[in-house]
Design a binder for this molecule. Structure first.
Ligand SMILES: C[S@@+](CC[C@H](N)C(=O)[O-])C[C@H]1O[C@@H](n2cnc3c(N)ncnc32)[C@H](O)[C@@H]1O
Length: 285
């Protein structure tokens, strides 16, 4: 492929689609793969019973795309990580979401492929859903691996200044002006606009994606989301002035993502900051 499918969501299978891309062509990958937890019985919850601090309907993920045997999950993970490593620039890096169900497999396969894990981040969800059966602890975090290509010379981009001094006022664990740590306190609740246009059982909040993007890429960079679902990673890329390529198996989610993207202004993040600073300067006159 000579020209990259910039600012497009491709309806296809990510391993096959990544194979069409040239070596070292993307600056950042944000992968939210199947967690392989669509097993056992179905759990659902609706808003008819109110729980303090909990918003929105909830159901355990039960999707065909999320149900693998252990061996086939290993094979699939190796296949997509191999392609992800190949198309990542040496100056780039990759964020991978997971939970205890799958993150061990991903960690081991990264090591098998020589992909270097830079950090393991714990995404602490203070509004985690309670364990209804009362048979185990309330799962209240996800794990995120931040990785680079694993070449001898480390060239990956890291905005250290942003990590120390960005606005993380919503995060009770981040001290302004101090180094960012590997535990992030970010609510999984979505803003109204995210729920208006985005509809996916495992939709990620825009806030965490913007943080990942700003930590590890520059404006104008190309961000690949190989499991783009309802397009959250692409929306966050557009809002922060980056380019995106999304890949998604299910055409319905591609349509949802396209509609979502049509309702987002490019550089919305910066525009927000600009109007805020104008407002502040008016106030202080
Ligand atoms: C965990 S969800 C991602 C949700 C997304 N982060 C969002 O906020 O909407 C994983 C998505 O990957 C898609 N998928 C699963 N296997 C795939 C594959 N081999 N290639 C491309 N997409 C795949 C599923 O249809 C699903 O929408």
């Amino acid at each position: 492929m000579n020209t990259l499918p910039i600012n497009r969501i491709i309806n296809g299978e990510c391993v096959s689609e990544m194979k069409k891309l040239p070596d070292s062509c993307v600056d950042l990958i944000i992968a939210d793969p199947p967690y392989n937890l669509s097993k056992g019985s179905e759990w659902k919850w609706d808003n008819s019973v109110e729980l303090q601090g909990m918003g929105g309907n909830w159901n355990k993920v039960m999707q065909v795309w999320d149900d693998f045997t252990f061996e086939s999950y290993m094979t699939f993970t190796k296949a997509w990580l191999t392609e992800a490593k190949r198309i990542l620039k040496p100056t780039g890096s990759m964020w991978i979401f997971g939970t205890y169900h799958n993150i061990g497999v991903i960690n081991v396969i990264c090591q098998m492929l020589g992909i270097e894990i830079i950090n393991e981040v714990v995404w602490y969800k203070r509004n985690a859903f309670p364990n209804l059966a009362g048979r185990r602890l309330t799962a209240s975090h996800e794990t995120i691996l931040w990785c680079n290509k694993g070449e001898k010379k480390r060239e990956y981009f890291f905005d250290y200044e942003y990590s120390k001094s960005g606005d993380f006022s919503y995060d009770s664990l981040k001290t302004p002006g101090k180094q960012m740590r590997t535990v992030w306190d970010i609510s999984n609740n979505k803003e109204k606009v995210e729920l208006k246009y985005g509809k996916h059982p495992t939709q990620k909040p825009i806030r965490i994606l913007k943080r990942m993007i700003k930590l590890a890429s520059r404006e104008g960079d190309i961000i690949l989301a190989p499991f783009s679902g309802s397009g959250s990673e692409c929306v966050a890329a557009k809002m922060t002035g980056r380019k995106y390529i999304g890949i998604e198996l299910d055409n319905l989610y591609c349509e949802i993502a396209a509609n979502r993207l049509a309702h987002v202004e490019a550089n919305e993040d910066q525009l927000g900051q600009l109007s805020l600073s104008l407002f502040e300067s008016e106030e202080t006159k």
